[in-house]
Design a protein around this ligand. Structure first.
Ligand code: ADE
Length: 238
């Protein structure tokens, strides 16, 4: 899967892209993440990307020409980061990260993971000039009902959840199909324990030490159901 991120703060992604599961997925050629600085598409001498809103009010609004031209250039491959192989990649599914979007959940993550290419547009300041939406018709996605300082952390959330579903990214023994919230599993995970067997007087449940795999599976299924009933009864009812 190829993921292009359009942002005013590409440096924010450096640590994340270079770590852990994503780093391995990139090294193994399963995921290709490209960062683009929206400011590079600004045409005036101050390289401005935002301006005051018409009609007044606080904050700054991201300007349509810069953002639209950046998205179009990245989607058509008119930027220097493309190589021959990636010229063949389709324009990609454009996602705008905004608190006004549809709420991200595992169903949306599964849907996004079927795309060969995602283009993630991160906003800053008070928002986007409405004509960006009108021209580009992006899939608007929110990570929750709270306001972040920008779309970058939201984009990392999308990437983090989506790459788990890219075939080969997780090891054989950590199938994403077992994840809570995935289709076919609407239960929270059962509790887990590791060494030591006793900590501050708290013992690991006997059944987990029994070696009886059938009984362990039964116990885990029951704990999973109970936890869900206690913490997220809504998952059992819908
Ligand atoms: N940008 C600011 N807040 C956001 C949110 N909750 N989800 C996605 N993008 C955002």
């Amino acid at each position: 899967m190829r993921i292009d991120v359009l942002t005013l703060f590409p440096e924010m992604f450096a640590g994340y892209v270079g770590q852990s599961l994503l780093k391995l997925a990139i090294q193994r050629g399963l995921v290709d993440v490209r960062l683009h600085n929206i400011r590079d598409w600004s045409s005036d001498k101050h390289q401005s990307v935002d301006d005051r809103p018409f009609g007044g009010g606080p904050g700054m609004v991201m300007m349509a020409p810069t953002v639209v031209e950046c998205v179009e250039a990245v989607q058509t491959g008119n930027d220097e980061t493309y190589d021959e192989e990636h010229r063949r990649v389709e324009p990609g599914h454009l996602v705008m990260l905004t608190p006004q979007g549809r709420r991200l959940d595992q169903r949306v993550v599964e849907e996004l993971s079927t795309q060969r290419r995602l283009v993630l547009l991160c906003g800053r300041y008070e928002g986007f000039d409405e004509r960006i939406r009108m021209v580009l018709a992006p899939d608007e996605i929110s990570v929750g009902d709270y306001v972040l300082n920008g779309g970058e952390v939201a984009a990392m959330t999308v990437i983090d959840a989506v790459i788990r579903l890219v075939p080969g990214v997780l090891g054989d023994d950590e199938s994403a199909h077992c994840d809570s919230f995935s289709s076919g599993n609407r239960l929270l995970e059962h509790e887990q324990y590791t060494r030591p067997r006793e900590y501050r007087g708290l013992e690991v449940p006997e059944v987990l030490l029994s070696g009886n795999h059938e009984e362990i599976a039964r116990w885990r299924a029951e704990r999973s159901r109970q936890r869900t009933a206690e913490r997220r009864p809504d998952l059992l009812s819908d």
